[in-house]
Structure formats: structure tokens, C-alpha cells
Design a protein around this ligand. Sequence first.
Ligand code: ADP
Ligand code: MG
Length: 249
Amino acid sequence: MSELLRIAGLSVSAEDKELLHGVSLSIGEGETHVIMGHNGAGKSTLGCTVMGSPEYTVTGGKIYFDGEDITELSADKRARLGIFLSFQNPVEIPGITLSEFLRNALEQVTGTRIKLWDFKKKLAAAMELLDMDSAYAERELNVGFSGGEKKKAEILQLLMLRPRLAILDETDSGLDVDAVKTVSKGIEEYRKSVGGSLMIITHNARLLENLSLDRTHILSEGQVVKEGDGALAFEVLENGFEAYVRKDS
Ligand code: ADP
Ligand code: MG
């Protein structure tokens, strides 16, 4: 399997504080990886840095995407290369509908404006798959959406934008059992129809149990402290992190 993302010895700072200390991991084309760790371990920092968030400064190491060094690339350019990040807390954007937002995002990522008719057809199909009422397409983005609806709107973006690498940062937080199932179904559909790679940050066994996982990486205090296959994710969820986080002090 060819390598899509390679993070090599990545150190990252924000506000003069080093948050990641030499993190290395690789994700192959079409692979699904899980990132786990305590609150504050650096998971979101890692996801945001791969996306190119200006909030974080790379102070060491490199990020390669499809063989290209993207360490200094803007978030816009990374999105055009096919990197997607779903945020832990989706923003509300009054004045723009979900449908308009998606069509604009698609244009930004692909560089072409898709015909309205084709767009609507694709949107309707993706919304049906996610059990979303089609009326949501014409509502203002995330305004008054429930937690579950916001997350579904994000998975909808994933299906419409078809990125090569999707980073899902606790996309399941605050979801009820049924909504988690729907999100999981959407992720599976993304895997099947797009064939993209996934970096899933989660603590939710339900989200993971129907996905086939290639690898698990455990972060603690800004470092990868343990790696293993997909089964490791479930072991950690059962036993807690402490068993895997060595304290050498
Ligand atoms: P996780 O997602 O694993 O819970 P984060 O990556 O959000 O952890 O945060 C890791 C550590 O970095 C935390 O101590 C957090 O307070 C700190 N941190 C995150 N973002 C910033 C920032 N923009 N400025 C300063 N500190 C930050
Ligand atoms: Mg986080």
C-alpha cells in the first residue's frame, strides 16, 4: 500500500509552548488509523497541524503528503491537495445555507463550479444516506442545528468533497447511539466510494466497531507512546490509557 501521509519527527508549538515533541507516523492510501490519548495529549494539535492551521508552528520535523513536503503549505493549498479536517466544535455560519456552503467548498477544492443540477442530485443522495431531512440543505449552516445534526453536516461534507485524507476530530462527541451509527455508516461509505484514508480521533468504541481499522497510535504528553493494530484501540478503551502510558520519572 502506498504511503499517503508521513509525519516525520514533528515538533509543534503554540504561544511559545511546545505541544508535540517529535511525533512520527505514516498513513497508507485507503488506510484507517485511530489516534487516542488523554485530554490534552495533543491529538487536536496533531490534526490541526496536518491541516495547516496557522495557530500552530512547526518547530521541527516534516509533513509529507503523497510524497510532497507540505510542512510550509497554507491550509487552503492542503485542502486543494485533498486534506480535510472536521473540527471538534463545528462553527455556525449565519447567512449561508448548508447547500451554498457545500457548493462553494466544492468549488474551492476542485477549482471548478459544479452544475447546480448535478450538485443537487449528489447532495440529495448523500443526505439520504445520512438520514438527513433534505430541508436541512436550505438552512443556515449549523445555526440551531443539534449536536448530532452538526456532525452529520460534517460527514456530509466528507461525502461531497471526497478528500484523499480525512481527519475526524472527535466527530462522535455528544452524539446519541443512533447518530453515532449514522456517522459510522457515512464514514464507511466514504471509505467505499472515495477510497480515502482516515485519521480518526475518538474515544468511542461504537464508532469504531463497524470500521475495519489498520492501526492505532496512542499519544501522551505530545508524544506517540504506543502503536499497534486496530485491536489495540479496543484494548485501550477497555483497560484505560494508564497501562500504555509509561511513567519514567
Ligand atoms: P487533545 O486534543 O489531545 O485533548 P490538544 O491538542 O487540544 O489535546 O491540546 C494539547 C495541549 O496543548 C493542551 O495542554 C492544550 O491546552 C494545549 N494547547 C492546544 N492548543 C493550544 C494553543 N492554541 N495555544 C496554547 N496551548 C494550546
Ligand atoms: Mg482534542
